[in-house]
Design a protein around this ligand. Sequence first.
Ligand SMILES: Nc1ncnc2c1ncn2[C@@H]1O[C@H](COP(=O)(O)OP(=O)(O)OP(=O)(O)O)[C@@H](O)[C@H]1O
Ligand SMILES: [Mg+2]
Length: 261
Amino acid sequence: MKLIICGKGGSGKSTITALLARQYARERKRVVVVDTDVSNVGLHRILGMDPPPDLIGYFGGKTKMMEFMRGSRRGDVPADTPALGTWTYDTIPKEFSSVQDGVQLVSVGKINEATEGCKCSMSALARQFILGLSPAENDRVIIDTEAGIEHFGRGFDTLCNAILMVIDPSYESQCLVGKISGMADSIDVPLYFILNKTDEATSAALRDTIPDTARIIGEFTLDPVLIEAGLMGQAVPSGYPAAAAVLERLAARVEGTCPAG
Ligand SMILES: Nc1ncnc2c1ncn2[C@@H]1O[C@H](COP(=O)(O)OP(=O)(O)OP(=O)(O)O)[C@@H](O)[C@H]1O
Ligand SMILES: [Mg+2]
């Protein structure tokens, strides 16, 4: 099963990615976390790991990747062909991932230089890598995205079994709900909402603004433990009741519908 986590900037996508990944691992699933954010660099810390080298290095770097993609287009390779190969938890190149307690982190690449150019090569790699990932039945894939909706345009979401949108108590998140709902429906991928950083009042206010509350699959309240983990760059807890509740609901709603994993 492949899950993609999205939402507005700072809503808590990476934190919830880490909480769900560690919870899955605690429940004896093997998890591949794919970091597709080319700017933020802290996901490994909240997963309690060392940073993996950029996966794009495995494929020869940005220039080689662009050449490869152009070549694929010239050769008219259909968009649903995994042109870079297929991958399982066991075959992901170990020197380009970090592994800890059943969670394997892969990072497509980061922008490191002021004038290094656009991120298209890294987005192309991200799409190819997500396409080529073939999780076994007991394995899970969680894709952490950059803020906003570019991942839809890049075609990541169509490759996933479910989209999890993180909604924090903000006007921007409320606006994004409508946009993301429309996009998810147009590609026919199930969309679920996770409320985050709420308290009693903001939870109620948010619920009032969400048109389809049946899509709410979980809620993470504003938690000093998570603030501390984010501040210090420390691992989030591996047994977290709100994360366990989300996974239970996902199992009921999505897992039975996946052909594998
Ligand atoms: N439920 C929560 N309670 C308290 N703090 C939280 C909670 N969820 C996330 N945070 C904090 O909010 C901040 C932003 O979280 P995070 O980096 O996960 O967001 P993001 O959506 O991935 O951001 P970006 O768009 O920059 O990638 C972090 O400092 C994190 O520790
Ligand atoms: Mg993030």
